[in-house]
Ligand binder design. Structure first.
Ligand SMILES: Nc1nc2c(c(=O)[nH]1)N[C@H]1C(S)=C(S)[C@@H](COP(=O)(O)OP(=O)(O)OC[C@H]3O[C@@H](n4cnc5c(=O)[nH]c(N)nc54)[C@H](O)[C@@H]3O)O[C@H]1N2
Ligand SMILES: Nc1nc2c(c(=O)[nH]1)N[C@H]1C(S)=C(S)[C@@H](COP(=O)(O)OP(=O)(O)OC[C@H]3O[C@@H](n4cnc5c(=O)[nH]c(N)nc54)[C@H](O)[C@@H]3O)O[C@H]1N2
Ligand SMILES: [Mo]
Length: 764
């Protein structure tokens, strides 16, 4: 019997050989090096590994696809801007094994769906285009020409361009992303959902409303010079390891570090810099001065408590606020204060789950210092009240005048290496009119002004058969999105699903009636075109645009670059009716950059400035205290205190990353920093919660989520006692995405609330 799309979409419910040890007290150091050596030597050619380690994130080298943390502007160490998880990302991408016709004729889609995500990822690099015909059980090889024709004929037979969805994941370079959105807009739709919709969308919305720019305001230099850095809802030791070097530098300069997180994550507790052998022996620097073990989604409450105390101090002694800054640069303080006074300090503190002693220690730092930076990631953005989380931390920075000056500001730490750049160059389902006008002026067609689908809306549209073609430029849509069962049906309803990918993933197995896998070059591979090996560009988390150029030979001669794929499809689909000569761009990417320069603000002399070794900064108003809001001032905002309650037996669950994964790509089965080995189907619980439910360590349980009367279930997880606040629990994404309701998302931003899922735990 053939299995359903839902069955194929789920991760298999089987266990590996599981072991738990004490959670690590520090990060990096020797275990990090040994972990990389074992990873690299298993899957990658050692000479290539060495080449990569030396070129990774070096000036003139190539940009690590691991994360969006910036590289130092000044001298970089000889070992590259080395990082354990960066090397793991490379080892995964540059596996020496490839898969094509033989592999797919041996394994059917159904066979592959029974593999774990770890096994799927380790099968090798995709080496040739593959096609799944209607009703077929196996993918078979297809020529590039034919693949483009299949896509074009499906797109051209739709009743409306709005019946197609064009997803982007954040590894796509500026050049490929710009051409892709241009094609989509000329085709006639704005259906451009992207991974950002599930990631920092809430940050973009909150920051645009309050500070007039959807990006962070700080530079690396600011981090070095800050007096207080608050890291909230982020696990840099695993997800942005190079950020720890910046925090270490800040500390050396006398800065204090506060971590607000339900978990005492290893990298923030203590950190051993792998580039400093002496430190590896002596044990490294203690990074966090104050750890705040907050309840999941207790952040608005905690920030409100801080705001209330600052107000009290201002009223009593006149030293709580930066009155000059507020008067000159902000708008809306009166309404904000009036609203704040409605709240009770004790209630806020109680809802945050933080003790008064810890609170006072943090308050003391904030009161005494004026150069404050707040860094954050998914712990703030993946809640229904995510936009409020971020606006509330902006309120705090505004009261302190901690914006647009040295050592102060906002630092949303981005995920994918070019997710910020993709949005800058137009991957945006609701792009501003000014951008659309420039497209029209340059190319002579009128892009639709109707907003397109974001991720959640795209899933609904496919489920309801309003969208019939899904095209993914990178990423692993089915494993990344919420509500796996519903979303699997949505994809299965499509006539055609297409993925441009480097490696096999579950999205290739949960298909529409027909499907294509289009294999592309990875970041580290040389991109040979008519005018020579091409350079591309990316924008990091701090708005610096820099070049990236592959250094290894492609793993197969049948790969195309993402730029070439987009040009090929655009050319075939739009044909003679297009206003654009698509094929010229793939021969010379300088031409793409010339176009970006004309259409997108901040890219003047793009080709010339890209040659600067450290790249160039894009303009950032908030950094200069120029706020591009309706009032031209920074805007105080009014945010509600979330009032969710847990019923009897319920827990609030966050779905997080282990140390051995990059989003849906599973590098390995360990979470070394949290002391978990060889298993991913686990649930971290507080000891008291385990006892209360009559459970024991390692017991196998099922999880049920509860949302508006609908119950979703994920089976076979093992209980791991952990230092996590009572009432909270944690599991890994993507195994528990089946539990995340599609309808539970951030107001206005629509980021799935995958860090606040209400669940119950059931012994079996
Ligand atoms: N190696 C590696 N690097 C990566 C990635 C990866 O998967 N692997 N992914 C990349 C991507 S796309 C992204 S977006 C980033 C993700 O980087 P992170 O946001 O650091 O990733 P998560 O594992 O989702 O971790 C969220 C953190 O927030 C905490 N948290 C959860 N809920 C709450 C809450 O309600 N309040 C507070 N204060 N804290 C909370 C969790 O305990 C955890 O420490 O990393 C990027 N870099
Ligand atoms: N429950 C839960 N769900 C989440 C999250 C969470 O914290 N909890 N986090 C969310 C976040 S922050 C994000 S960003 C999304 C991530 O969502 P996605 O970006 O869609 O997922 P990835 O796992 O990063 O995509 C991995 C795939 O990208 C392909 N790939 C890798 N490199 C390249 C390349 O250079 N080019 C091309 N074309 N393809 C490439 C490979 O085939 C690989 O299998 O997931 C979201 N989903
Ligand atoms: Mo992300």
């Amino acid at each position: 019997m053939s299995s359903s799309a839902q069955d194929k979409a789920k991760t298999p419910e089987t266990f590996s050989d599981f072991e738990v040890k004490d959670a690590a007290k520090n990060s990096a150091g020797f275990p990090a090096l040994t972990s990389v050596v074992s990873q690299v030597s298993k899957y990658m050619n050692p000479a290539d590994a060495f080449k990569i380690a030396l070129k990774l994130n070096q000036k003139g080298g190539f940009d690590c696809p691991g994360c969006a943390w910036p590289d130092p502007d000044d001298e970089r160490s000889i070992l590259g801007e080395y990082c354990e998880n960066g090397m793991k990302a490379m080892a995964e991408e540059m596996q020496n094994k490839t898969i094509g016709e033989a592999f797919f004729s041996r394994y059917s889609i159904e066979d592959l769906a029974n593999w774990s995500d770890f096994e799927i990822g380790k099968s090798g690099r995709l080496a040739e285009p593959m096609y799944l015909a209607k009703g077929a059980a196996h993918y078979t090889p297809v020529s590039w020409e034919r693949a483009f024709e299949i896509v074009a004929s499906h797109l051209n037979s739709l009743d409306s361009p709005d019946e197609a969805v064009f997803y982007t994941s954040g590894r796509t370079t500026n050049e490929a992303a710009f051409l892709y959105q241009l094609f989509v807009r000329e085709f006639g739709t704005a259906n451009l959902p992207d991974c950002s919709n599930m990631c920092h969308e809430a940050s973009g919305k909150a920051l645009s409303q309050t500070l007039g720019i959807g990006k962070g305001s700080v530079t690396l230099d600011d981090l070095y010079k800050a007096e207080v850095v608050i890291v909230v809802g982020q696990n840099p030791g695993t997800n942005h390891p190079r950020m720890l070097s910046a925090l270490e530098k800040c500390k050396k300069n006398g800065g204090k570090i506060v971590s607000i997180n339900p978990l005492a994550e290893a990298g923030l507790v203590r950190f051993t810099n792998p580039q400093n052998p002496l430190k590896m022996i002596t044990g490294g620097t203690k990074l966090t001065d104050i750890h705040v073990p907050i309840t999941i989604n207790g952040d608005v409450a905690f920030f409100k408590a801080l705001l209330l105390k600052l107000l009290e101090r201002e009223e009593l002694r006149g030293d709580g606020f930066d009155k000059n800054f507020i008067k000159t640069y902000t708008h809306g303080i009166e309404a904000f204060i009036t609203d704040l006074k409605r709240y009770d300090f004790e209630e806020c503190l109680q809802r945050s789950g933080v003790s008064i002693d810890v609170f006072n220690a943090v308050f003391d730092l904030i009161l005494k210092h004026n150069k404050i930076i707040v860094c954050w990631a998914m712990g703030l953005t993946q809640h229904e009240n995510a936009v409020d989380n971020i606006r509330e931390l902006v309120n705090l920075l505004l009261l302190k005048g901690s914006i647009g000056k040295e050592g102060a500001g906002t630092c949303p730490v981005r995920g994918h290496s070019n997710v910020q750049g993709d949005r800058t160059v137009g991957i945006w389902e609701s792009a501003p009119q000014s951008f659309l006008d420039k497209i029209e002026a340059k190319y002579g067609f009128k892009p639709t002004t109707k907003h397109g689908y974001s991720v959640i809306e795209a899933i609904r549209a496919m489920y309801n058969k309003k969208a019939k073609v899904f095209f993914g430029l990178g990423g692993n849509f089915i494993s990344a999105v919420p509500d796996t069962n519903y979303s699997a049906q949505a994809l299965a309803n499509c006539y055609l699903t297409v993925h441009v990918s480097t490696k096999l993933n579950r999205s290739h197995l949960v298909t529409g009636k027909e499907a294509l896998i289009l294999p592309c070059l990875g970041r580290a591979e040389k991109d040979y075109q008519k005018t020579g090996v091409q350079v591309q560009s990316v924008e990091n988390s701090m708005g610096i645009v820099s070049s990236t150029r592959g250094i290894l030979e492609p793993c197969s001669n049948k790969l195309l670059s993402e730029v070439a794929v987009v040009c090929g499809i655009a050319h075939k689909t739009l044909g003679k009716s297009s206003k654009i000569n698509w094929l010229q761009y793939r021969e010379d990417y300088n031409l793409v950059r010339n176009d970006i320069e004309e259409v997108v603000d901040g890219f003047s002399h793009y080709n010339k400035r890209l040659k600067e070794p450290s790249g160039f900064y894009l303009p950032n108003g908030a950094r200069e205290r120029q706020f591009n809001t309706a009032t031209s001032k920074a805007q105080f905002s009014i945010n509600q205190l979330p009032t969710w309650e847990l019923k009897d037996q319920e827990l609030i669950m966050m779905t997080i990353r282990s140390h051995d994964q990059f989003n849906t790509t599973i590098y390995g089965l360990n979470d070394r920093y949290r002391g978990v080995y060889n298993e991913r189907r686990i649930v971290f619980m507080n000891k008291d919660d385990i006892k209360l439910r009559g459970l024991r360590a390692k017991q196998v349980i099922n999880l049920k989520s509860h949302y508006k009367g609908v119950i979703r279930q994920a089976n076979h997880f093992k209980v791991v006692p952990y230092d996590i606040p009572k009432g909270c629990c944690a599991t890994y994404f993507p195994e528990t995405n089946v539990l995340v309701p599609l309808d539970s998302f951030a107001h206005t931003a629509k980021t799935p609330a995958s860090k606040s899922v209400i669940v119950t735990v059931h012994a079996i």
